[in-house]
Design a protein around this ligand. Structure first.
Ligand code: B3K
Ligand code: ZN
Length: 877
């Protein structure tokens, strides 16, 4: 950084805004060179503010050109206000007034994809968190809520569709082939929920009748070539609308709900009031081009954004420290929705896998922060797994502590009490507490303390007294700015299994009991326990903690086949595999011959052979712990050893179970037409899991199976699975041919081309980096498109650990170069890409020194963005 280092903003400095905006009228003249934005704000001093003669400080941006400023009808001269690069200040203002402001902006030059910008010829916006200030001078903070009226004027041929929030109230023609539409949003909202879209779009229309009988028009706007990819999103939306009515009693409140798909988007989607804007990858789908996982993801994101209409829009955040108020709660809501739409256990396994690999790593890294952070330099850096995923776990724990009925009473109270307000996580917890009578005093620490708590569990059985005792110690490692942690209130769900694997009845005959941990060490007694049990701990992953208990491998095998808790059955398998792999890593490093524990082979054999098991569960249980999870668990990461050992385990399992795997492959091979039924998805997963193991054998015969699947698949799930297996195999010529054929077939489909980039970026071959470098020159690559950047650069750096961490440090240099390049275009994306480098403390000295050196290079860049400055400086601190 050349200038002064950016300063942090602290929660403790929060003050209510000295001014409020009652009405915001916006007028956009969209143009090919520039866009003129006129705003008319009805403002008044905030009676709740103690600062009676405070100046008005509007947020702005260096790229805004101020054309005119009018106060109560009088033009102001430059001496009447103070204009700085990102603020506009006015002194001596009356009690209430009307401020009109004209700014000129250049959306076509806006590569940050924040504010108003262009994507494939259409205008669109992204305002959360602080993008609105790139459109006009404004009080760009979530606790300033206004009613918006927006008029959009543009060329009619190029932009026949003109959209904004709320309902259209007027439209017409103006001169020179231009037209306009005026939109009115009756619900007061903060500027971050503002949206505008103008483009040549087609639409798919449907409708939904709410529980109270109101008809809502549903419209999905897409580029013409995507009209055949809309059904799934519309179906998902209708399911989400019905679910929110049924489970939370929440109805939709406007007459129209619109979704627009755009190709250039920094994240997944955005919940703008009545006008959600989606990354096309998170909304468009059809079987030939979209994998099962993507279908599922789309359903959950469509639901997530829809659910924000209540948890986020009707009740919003007071300030950005409260981000998890809307995000944690909404992720919890969408997770429950997905659980209700498909398999609850499978959904839980997927969420916990993400949490334990990526969120735990964040919680143990230099950017660790509480669910409600106490400070930030750039808020865009805090749209994190901690705020989202751990935030959702915190809400889930409240749900566990209160039970479903009381939780619903709490959410009803929260929505009723705070409708139309901007509030805090504490207001949320208070509503839950009041409605239920459950004391959440100590529980609030989950919002304040960072880091993943550790639970150390030991036990004892007194055969004479028939008494079983669990001893639980909790601790939490230090995190930046928090050396010592006070004990958390942790719901620990446990069950006890007898020698036959049956649940032993606990209190009130229940088979699972929730223990309340509140101290650093506690004992829990269970009476009338007939024999020494095997404990099933943290059932359903009842708290986001790392639990250790000295299970023997035989006990884990036993839990794998007997635990009545599906999640723990899966987790026992994971723990067994982790224990075996970790031991093999020690052998590998010592140069000893590797031998696989037969218990794992036997456990997998059982899973494959038992046709009575749920295929969805079997498919999940066959997945070995990922390299990133194994890295997260390691004190110091030996990338190479983790990779080699995991491959050894895969190959050995494949060798020993070859015939069974072939049988499972054939048995689950899709016949008949593609369907999205849960059963069909599970079978495809099982089929592709089996093929994955078999390909580790490097046999021509198996290659032929994969090639056959690749060539004949009628759906992308099977085609993509076969493609990546072939592409990552030792059969180089066949790999090149498959990749080539795939591109030839799908080059016109931008979303499929993303997958094609990722498949190559994640190759374990030693020329991976060279391949990635070459692909950056490919006709389809575009640095200004975040989906492309994530598909190629992001995938290489975060999903290809062996190649990214190559010993010569070239992977690190490559990433630093890209970050420096991207920081000038799109700081949010640049900053996100940095994550793998920030974890340098986990790597052996020869690697970590090179990682640090690259971070230093980034830090030395002149005019580095706040986004990258924060991440790099915190990770080097
Ligand atoms: N609320 C948006 C995320 C906005 C990110 C801004 N940098 C999407 C979501 O969580 O639903
Ligand atoms: Zn969200």
């Amino acid at each position: 950084m050349s200038k002064e280092n950016p300063r942090a903003i602290h929660l403790k400095d929060y003050r209510v805004p000295p001014f409020l905006i009652d009405q915001t009228e916006l007028h956009f003249e969209l143009g090919e060179k520039a866009t003129l934005v006129k705003s008319r704000l009805q403002m008044r001093r905030n009676p709740a503010s103690g600062e009676l003669d405070a100046p008005l400080e509007l947020d702005g941006d260096a790229d805004l050109t101020l054309r005119r400023l009018v106060l109560d009808g009088k033009d102001l001269a430059p001496g009447d206000y103070l204009l700085e690069s990102d603020t506009l200040r006015l002194d001596g203002l009356p009690e209430q007034f009307v401020l009109e402001c004209v700014t000129l902006i250049k959306p076509q030059e806006n590569t940050s994809l924040e504010g108003l910008y262009k994507s494939n010829g259409m205008f669109c916006t992204q305002c959360e968190a602080e993008g609105f200030r790139k459109i006009t001078y404004y009080l760009d903070r979530p606790d300033v809520m206004a009613r918006f009226t927006t008029t959009v004027v543009a060329d009619k041929d190029d932009y026949p569709v003109l959209l904004s929030n709320g309902n259209p109230v007027e439209e017409g023609e103006v001169s020179e082939g231009r037209h306009f539409v005026t939109w009115e949003d009756p619900f007061p909202k903060p500027a971050y929920l503002f949206a505008l879209v103008a483009g040549n779009l087609e639409r798919v229309e449907d409708s939904f009748t709410t529980a109270s009988g109101r008809e809502v028009a549903l419209r999905l706007f897409v580029e013409p070539q995507n009209l055949d990819k809309c059904d799934h999103a519309i179906r998902s939306l209708k399911k989400a609308m019905a679910w929110d009515e049924e489970v939370y009693g929440r109805e939709y409140d406007l007459d129209i709900f619109m979704i627009v798909a755009v190709d250039h988007f920094n994240m997944g989607a955005m919940e703008n009031k009545g006008l959600n804007i989606f990354n096309s990858s998170c909304v468009l789908a059809k079987p030939e081009t979209t994998t099962d996982s993507a279908f599922e993801r789309i359903e959950s994101i469509v639901a997530h954004e829809y659910f924000h209409n209540w948890s986020g829009n009707r009740v919003t955040c007071r300030d950005w420290f409260q981000l998890s108020l809307k995000e944690g709660f909404t992720v919890f809501r969408d997770a429950e929705f997905s659980a209700d739409m498909g398999s609850r256990t499978v959904k839980r396994i997927e969420d916990v896998t993400l949490l334990r690999t990526a969120q735990f790593a964040e919680d143990g890294g230099p950017m660790a922060h509480p669910v409600r952070p106490a400070s930030y330099i750039e808020i865009s850096n805090f749209y994190t797994l901690t705020v989202y995923e751990k935030g959702a776990e915190v809400v889930r724990m409240i749900h566990t502590l209160l039970g479903p009925e009381q939780f619903r009473a709490g959410s009803d109270l929260y929505f009723a009490r705070h409708d139309g307000q901007a509030v805090t996580t504490d207001d949320f917890v208070a509503a839950m507490e009041e409605a239920s009578g459950v004391d959440l005093g100590q529980f609030r620490r989950w919002y304040e303390q960072a880091g993943t708590p550790r639970l150390q569990v030991s036990d004892a059985y007194d055969a004479d007294a028939k008494r079983y005792t669990l001893n639980v110690k909790q601790s939490c490692p230090p995190s930046p700015g928090q050396d010592r942690k006070a004990p958390f209130h942790i719901p620990l769900a446990v069950g006890l299994l007898d020698a036959e694997g049956r649940d032993i009845p606990l209190k009130d005959g229940a088979t699972t009991q929730v223990l309340h941990l509140a101290e650093s060490e506690q004992q829990f007694h269970f009476d009338n326990v007939p024999c020494k049990p095997v404990p099933s701990l943290l059932r359903g992953f009842s708290a986001p903690v790392k639990l250790s208990y000295p299970y023997s491998r035989d006990e884990l095998v036993f839990l794998m086949s007997h635990d009545s808790d599906g999640f723990n059955r899966w987790d026992a398998g994971q723990q067994l595999a982790v224990a075996i792999i970790e031991e093999l890593i020690v052998d590998y490093r010592a140069g000893r011959e590797l031998k696989l524990d037969q218990r794992l082979v036997q456990a997998y054999r059982q899973l494959l052979a038992d046709t009575g098991l749920d295929p969805a569960m079997v498919a999940k249980m066959l997945v070995l712990p990922s390299e990133s999870y194994l890295s997260e668990l390691a004190e110091t990461v030996d990338v190479e050893a983790i990779h080699r050992v995991r491959e050894f385990v895969r190959r050995t399992l494949a060798t020993e179970l070859r015939d069974l795997l072939l049988e499972v492959y054939r048995r689950n091979r899709s016949d008949g037409p593609y369907t999205l039924a849960a059963e069909a998805i599970a079978r495809r997963r099982l089929q592709n899991q089996s093929l994955g193991y078999l390909m580790a054998l490097e046999e021509k015969e198996v290659l032929a199976l994969a090639q056959n699947q690749f060539e004949n698949a009628d759906n992308m799930t099977d085609a993509q699975a076969a493609l990546s297996l072939i592409a990552h195999s030792g059969f180089e010529a066949e790999a090149a041919a498959a990749l080539d054929a795939f591109y030839q077939r799908w080059q016109a489909d931008t979303l499929v081309v993303n997958q094609w980039f990722t498949t190559q970026a994640t190759t374990p071959r030693d020329n991976a980096l060279e391949t990635v470098r070459a692909l950056m020159d490919h006709e389809a690559f575009e640095l200004a498109n975040p989906n492309r950047v994530r598909a190629l650069i992001g995938a290489f750096c975060s999903q290809n650990p062996v190649q990214f961490h190559r010993a010569d440090g070239e992977g690190y240099r490559f990433l630093a170069d890209r970050v420096i390049e991207l920081d000038r275009l799109n700081p949010q994306i640049a900053s996100r890409l940095l994550t793998p480098l920030t974890r340098w403390r986990k790597y052996p000295p020869e690697l970590s020194a090179q990682m640090q050196a690259q971070l230093q290079r980034v830090l030395a860049v002149e005019e580095l963005s706040r986004d990258c400055y924060e991440v790099v400086s915190k990770s080097l601190a």
